[in-house]
Design a protein around this ligand. Structure first.
Ligand code: MN3
Length: 226
């Protein structure tokens, strides 16, 4: 009997630890210094290790006792209107940064897939026009937020920006779809190196965009063609 009670205590302990650590941070796919000179190592370290880690920590706390406890982050975003702002901000913060690390790379000269390139031509004429439109969306986002290249519900490429940690996956989003490239325009993403020059940071980012990953996300987001 005693043994069973002890086992049950252990089981609950393990269960509560598992639930508490529901959302975890994937390892950064490169070193903090890997994106220099475009993004400096100190910014990367603080951004990944403090900002992103804190969103996850706060999300894990906020979901306790709510239906979000048993959901994936994308499930939470899809019905984020049913949760409070703490869950909205921290689920968004977790998802957005998780995406952001993967769409950057120290690997030089990655290029869009043929399929993504065709979609870019269809929606923006050419890649330079895509870059200038995305830069404009990012530069004109007042305060903190994100600029997105996303796949709309009907499978087209489009650009939008969102405030705070919102994104197009949220049911409350004005522009809905699947983000495939996101640009963090919070000052914490660039201030140490670029200070108030957000446009210099935006220009620099194009040298480290991981087009292979953006293409992979594009292929996963578009409905399969028959
Ligand atoms: Mn950030």
């Amino acid at each position: 009997m005693k043994k069973i009670a002890l086992l049950s205590v252990l089981f609950n302990l393990v269960l509560s630890c598992t639930l508490f650590a529901q959302f975890t941070q994937s390892p950064l796919p490169y070193s903090y210094a890997a994106l220099e000179p475009y993004i400096d190592a100190q910014t990367m370290e603080i951004h990944y290790n403090k900002h992103h880690a804190t969103y996850i920590k706060n999300l894990n706390k906020a979901v306790i006792g709510t239906p979000a406890e048993k959901m994936s982050v994308t499930e939470i975003l899809a019905q984020v209107s049913t949760f409070d702002n703490t869950i909205r901000n921290n689920a968004g913060g977790h998802y957005n940064h998780d995406l952001f690390w993967t769409i950057l790379t120290p690997k030089p000269k990655t290029t869009p897939s043929k399929e993504l390139e065709a979609a870019i031509h269809a929606s923006f004429s050419n890649i330079d026009s895509l870059k200038s439109k995305l830069n404009k969306a990012a530069a004109t986002r007042f305060g903190s937020g994100w600029a997105w290249l996303y796949v709309t519900i009907d499978g087209k490429l489009a650009i939008c920006s969102t405030a705070n940690q919102d994104n197009p996956l949220m049911d409350i989003a004005e522009y809905k779809g699947t983000p495939i490239l996101g640009i963090d325009v919070w000052e914490h993403a660039y201030y140490l190196k670029y200070q108030n020059k957000r446009t210099d940071y935006l220009a620099a980012l194009w040298s480290i965009i991981n087009w292979e990953e953006v293409s992979r996300r594009y292929a996963a987001a578009v409905p399969a063609k028959k």
